[in-house]
Design a protein around this ligand. Structure first.
Ligand code: ATP
Length: 386
């Protein structure tokens, strides 16, 4: 059971955050502006909020101006982002009511009271507002659910109105270690994710892949509603830990995770699914290449550095990491950085005609260097001209 701070302790914790004091100072005397959503949940749970979300009963622009930064207003929805000179960012939203005209559609929005604003939210533990005078307002049962570590939607149509909430609940379950209460679980299982666009589901999936424990989020999603993921998807792929350990800095951990999890998905189905989920062509290609372990078998069979290079060269580091094994480690840590001292210009100067032959000769020389047969510029040039 998580320990839950009192509202006064939560405000103290807010003040101690780099950007918390700015919000407190701007709004303590103003009234009508409150901390809301995940920030309240996290402060009460003794966690550090990822962002500072504010709900405004009244005019958003007037409230935003009190923070004294650059305001970006987001038009008709009554939301604004403020970025201050000291690098703080605040998201403000006009307290609102939301009406879903059909399942999965974006809601109709109109100004409403704070209480109504809280009722349009996803789960009880996210439906609380912390007043800057220390008061706490929440939907019924919110604090009890927080203390019990429970995720509960606010009404039976929640996942029908907005199936992206399935992913949200999965992420919170994984990140907070909260249990999904039985009624919410039954509603999630009955929901139809296909009423929202693949792009929106993909956005949620991409957030799940960037959670601290992505497999836990993927597992939670599959358990809530298997239709969120393609058939053959394995949220806990056995090769993932080794692949992530091998992945060089800057490598795409999210895509390695996805590639490992989709290794058992039929290739055509995988490409169609990645496309539907709105992945860029580059990311789609990378996931598909890595999940097919395109370099796996030859790489494992390689016996010499040059053979390793021939198997791994040109493949994304994510694919090589996922192929795994000692040869993958050698390639990623060492061999892929080996370079010749000569360049194509040296070969052209020596009379090799422009064209693919230049690259082939350089590769041959590099392979011999990798295998330790040659060293130094002259030997490289001689090997390339052989
Ligand atoms: P995180 O810690 O992941 O940033 P968060 O709870 O702050 O989580 P946001 O996506 O920043 O999540 O949204 C802020 C708040 O807005 C949520 O806490 C929730 O109250 C509400 N919210 C966001 N998206 C939805 C949604 N699809 N349906 C209902 N409420 C939502």
């Amino acid at each position: 059971m998580p320990r839950v701070r009192s509202p006064a302790e939560a405000l103290d914790a807010l003040r101690a955050l780099p950007c918390g004091a700015g919000a407190l100072d701007a709004f303590r005397a103003a009234g009508g502006v409150h901390l809301v959503g995940g920030a309240v949940r996290d402060l009460l749970l003794e966690r550090v909020p990822r962002e500072i979300d504010l709900v405004v009963e009244g005019d958003v622009d007037t409230a935003a101006a009190r923070l004294g930064g650059t305001i970006t207003a987001h038009g008709r929805f009554g939301t604004a982002t403020v970025e201050t000179a000291d690098g703080c960012r605040y998201d403000l939203v006009r307290a609102r009511r939301e009406t879903y005209l059909r399942p999965g559609a974006l809601p109709e929005v109109e100004p409403a009271s704070l209480a109504e604003d809280l009722r349009r939210r996803d789960v009880t533990v996210n439906a609380m507002a912390l007043r800057f005078d220390g008061g706490l307002e929440g939907v019924e049962g919110a604090l009890e659910d927080l203390a019990a570590g429970v995720l509960r939607v606010l009404h039976d149509r929640s996942f029908v109105d907005d199936p992206t909430r399935l992913w949200r609940v999965a992420r919170y379950a994984a990140r907070l270690g909260f249990a999904v209460e039985p009624r919410t679980r039954a509603l999630a299982a009955a929901a139809d994710p296909s009423t929202v666009s693949g792009d929106r589901l993909g956005t949620e999936l991409r957030l799940a892949l960037r959670e601290p424990d992505p497999p836990a989020a993927l597992r939670a999603a599959r358990d809530l509603n298997p239709r969120l993921l393609p058939s053959g998807f394995d949220p806990d792929p056995p090769r993932l830990a080794e692949a992530l350990a091998l992945l060089p800095p800057g490598g795409r951990r999210d895509l390695v995770t996805l590639a490992a999890a989709t290794a058992g998905v039929d290739t055509r189905a995988l490409l169609e699914w990645l496309d539907a989920m709105g992945f860029s062509a580059a990311d789609r290609g990378l996931v598909a290449a890595a999940s097919r372990f395109s370099t796996g078998a030859p790489l494992r069979a390689a016996r010499t550095p040059a053979q390793i290079a021939r198997a791994a060269r040109g493949a994304p580091v994510e694919a090589v990491a996922l192929a795994g094994g000692e040869n993958a480690r050698r390639w990623l840590e060492d061999l892929r950085h080996v370079r010749l001292e000569i360049t194509g210009d040296d070969l052209l100067a020596a009379g090799v005609p422009q064209g693919p032959e230049v690259g082939e000769r350089l590769r041959r020389a590099l392979d011999r260097k990798l295998d330790g047969e040659i060293s130094g510029r002259d030997a490289e040039l001689a090997a390339a001209l052989e």
